[in-house]
Design a binder for this molecule. Structure first.
Ligand SMILES: [Zn+2]
Length: 349
């Protein structure tokens, strides 16, 4: 059996739109809405939002004799919250998710105020000017206390900034700077929006071809993964297998690259499920899906979040290779294609 065709152009344009929709953890409503809109076009699929704000879609299978399956990918991203308004009117931040401050230094940001405004600004070290601070610009440690947001509005004091409507708890989204060149997709937050697009377009390709998944399948679009508890809720009790679709870590010593999908057999949370892993590898071989097998040294997934929450399911983790993860990331359409095919092969077999 051959897998149905993927509409790669549509997948890529959805991915770009999703990347350009700010969704730091805790502020994911617009991104979830975008996924809802796209999934509305899939016949036979029902959707609901969990109380926590995740999106859970159910796709009826060819039969219900076997246990249900689930795929999860997360729409929430790294970001920050306003922690403090400084005396000079600039903002201190508190991180959302795990990243190094230098990876966002100089980046443009949107600050979302509680009254619904969006204010532009950028992230800088508090001693930023070479002409004023000399060697201190290089030597200053990049940490919560030394990084700040300079707002692109007139403010010279905390009072000025407060008067603009900015306050503690406002969400901060980093500009993704999406660029597609020669098949490469360069952007922040490919983790994990790439996989959300892969998962949705796998389901679209199958249903467009008039096919149904082998058994009833849940698509879980998680909104709290970057802080560790995304898929802890929202996976129904009928589910016996969960595929966490999330980026593969590319770097020195890793087998993963930007042109393959990867099966992760172990990460910081320990090994994934042996039998399901073997089945995923066999499926990749059977359908000529370019894949690698790898271990990620500093990594956790929503599959593990569900395990920790008491979920009694087999879990595997697959995803496209993403270079410079939790930094200015990049992948290639070949890895996205491979991941999408892998989801399809799993859904149908
Ligand atoms: Zn992720």
């Amino acid at each position: 059996m051959k897998l149905p065709e993927i509409d790669t152009d549509a997948m890529l344009s959805f991915l770009v739109q999703l990347l350009n929709t700010p969704s730091p953890t805790g502020f994911t409503d617009q991104a979830i809405k975008l996924c809802e809109e796209m999934l509305k076009t899939v016949p036979g699929l029902t959707m609901k939002r969990t109380n926590k704000g995740a999106l859970v879609a159910t796709l009826l299978g060819q039969s219900d004799d076997e246990g249900w399956r689930a795929l999860t990918a997360h729409v929430d991203t790294l970001g920050a919250m306003v922690k403090e308004i400084k005396a000079n009117g600039r903002l201190k931040m508190s991180k959302l998710g795990g990243f190094a401050w230098n990876s966002v230094e100089g980046e443009g940001v949107n600050v979302f105020t509680q009254d619904g405004q969006t204010i532009r600004g950028s992230i800088l070290i508090n001693k930023a000017s070479s002409h004023v601070y000399g060697q201190d610009v290089t030597k200053s440690e990049r940490k919560d206390a030394t990084m700040e947001i300079r707002l692109d509005v007139r403010t010279e004091s905390a009072t000025d900034t407060r008067a603009l409507g900015v306050g503690v708890g406002d969400f901060v989204a980093f500009d993704p700077r999406v660029e597609v060149t020669n098949g490469f997709v360069r952007s922040r937050h490919l983790d994990d929006k790439a996989c959300v697009a892969n998962m949705i377009f796998a389901v679209k390709a199958i249903t467009d071809a008039g096919l149904k998944p082998k058994t009833t399948t849940i698509l879980h679009i998680s909104n709290y993964e970057e802080v560790g508890h995304g898929a802890a809720a929202g996976i129904p009790p009928q589910v016996t297998e969960l595929i966490s679709v999330d980026m593969a870590a590319v770097g020195q010593g890793q087998t993963s690259d930007e042109f393959h999908a990867t099966l992760c057999v172990k990460d910081s949370g320990g090994p994934y499920h042996f039998d399901l892993n073997r089945r995923m590898q066999h499926l990749a071989e059977q359908f000529d899906i370019p894949y690698k097998t790898d271990i990620y040294p500093y990594y956790g997934s929503d599959g593990e979040a569900f395990w920790r929450a008491g979920g009694d399911v087999a879990v595997s983790l697959i995803g496209p290779g993403v270079d410079a993860s939790h930094n200015y990331e990049r992948t290639h359409i070949e890895a996205l294609d491979a991941t999408t095919k892998w989801c399809m092969a799993y859904l149908l077999n």
